[in-house]
Design a protein around this ligand. Structure first.
Ligand SMILES: [Zn+2]
Length: 345
């Protein structure tokens, strides 16, 4: 386990380790995926798994903390995990659900970044720009990922270097434990862009090229909107907002193009500008751009996303019930009209 002083400075990691040690966790499998070096010590990256690990079954994976400043992503993922663990004590439907699905939680991918209060990892590299995939289209200057210097944000790393340990660890895990499932969803939780809560799907690399599973993702969106008509998420391709190089989910999704399995990685981008508007003093604190400071606001954010996380779990579990309906030309056509009007014949 991790040294005392580091845990004091990184309460998110302390919370993960406390949760692992708690007695009710006979349902929970824990794996340390790697140790990220930090000075003379190292910080673990954990994967926690609930449910049935049979790779014939669908799986859902909740990810947080790829960007060290975005602590709220880690907290949202942990809040959902804690609520699932509580339900295991009393909720028979939940124990039944766990027979039929696998749930992975990777709450803190970039522990050194979170400890240092930086978006990047300890080497100054933005893990979400670090995959070996390039956009052919024009990306935002710097923000789309660059190779100029680790002193500037959004640095991709040197072209000759392999992927960073944290990025590689996440990709290896997804390839080994997630992609083999016949149907898998990911929800990767971030914060910091825009006023709204947004759900993004690939590609980040192209504004003109839709993903192969556009009909499926459009139908999933429709299911969500019809089941929860009062929700206020926007659900769109990431490319509607900005293009980037090196996106890890683009990279992983591209690996699955010739599979019959369906792997749909989603990103939750929690709109933090709203928190700043309500509390402009947050801007004095670098964390404040990405993390609500006032406790009542943190609670509201944690509460607010549980419905989405629960919906995605149930959509994964019941994928056979709706996936066929998504395979119509009509779905793909509606999706193209909505998001890729220029791709019309
Ligand atoms: Zn982020």
């Amino acid at each position: 386990m991790t040294g005392e002083s580091i845990l004091e400075r990184l309460p998110e990691l302390r919370r993960i380790e406390a949760l692992i040690q708690r007695d009710h966790n006979e349902f929970l499998t824990t794996e340390i995926l790697c140790h990220v070096p930090y000075r003379d010590e190292s910080l673990p990256v954990y994967a926690l798994t609930l449910g049935n690990k049979d790779q014939c079954l669908p799986s859902i994976t909740y990810v947080g903390g790829i960007h060290g400043l975005e602590r709220i992503g880690t907290l949202v993922v942990l809040a959902f995990l804690e609520s699932m663990l509580e339900r295991l004590h009393w909720d028979l439907t939940f124990t039944d659900i766990l027979q039929r699905v696998r749930i992975n939680v990777l709450p803190l991918i970039n522990p050194v970044g979170m400890l240092n209060h930086t978006r990047a990892n300890g080497n100054g590299i933005d893990l979400m720009r670090n995959a070996p995939v390039d956009s052919d289209e024009r990306t935002v200057w710097l923000g789309g990922g660059h190779r100029i210097s680790p002193l500037l944000p959004w640095y991709r790393g040197n072209i000759d270097e392999p992927m960073q340990l944290e990025a590689r660890t996440l990709c290896d895990y997804v390839k080994r434990e997630v992609i083999p499932s016949p149907f898998s969803l990911v929800l990767d939780c971030h914060s910091g862009f825009g006023y709204h809560n947004q759900i993004w799907f690939p590609y980040a690399k192209s504004r003109i090229e839709p993903i192969k599973h556009l009909g499926e993702v459009y139908y999933l969106r429709q299911l969500f909107m019809q089941t929860y008509p009062y929700q206020n998420y926007r659900f769109e391709p990431q490319s509607q907002h900005y293009l980037t190089h090196g996106d890890l989910w683009d990279y992983l999704y591209l690996q699955t193009l010739d599979h019959s399995n369906i792997f749909l990685p989603l990103t939750l981008e929690m709109g933090s500008w709203r928190w700043i508007r309500k509390n402009p003093l947050q801007m004095r604190n670098s964390l404040g751009f990405f993390h609500p400071i006032k406790p009542h606001r943190i609670n509201r954010v944690l509460r607010g996303h549980l419905v989405l996380m629960e919906f995605l779990l149930h959509a994964t579990l019941s994928y056979r019930q709706w996936l066929i309906a998504s395979h119509t030309r009509d779905m793909a056509r509606q999706a193209l009209e909505l998001w890729y009007p220029d791709a019309q014949p």
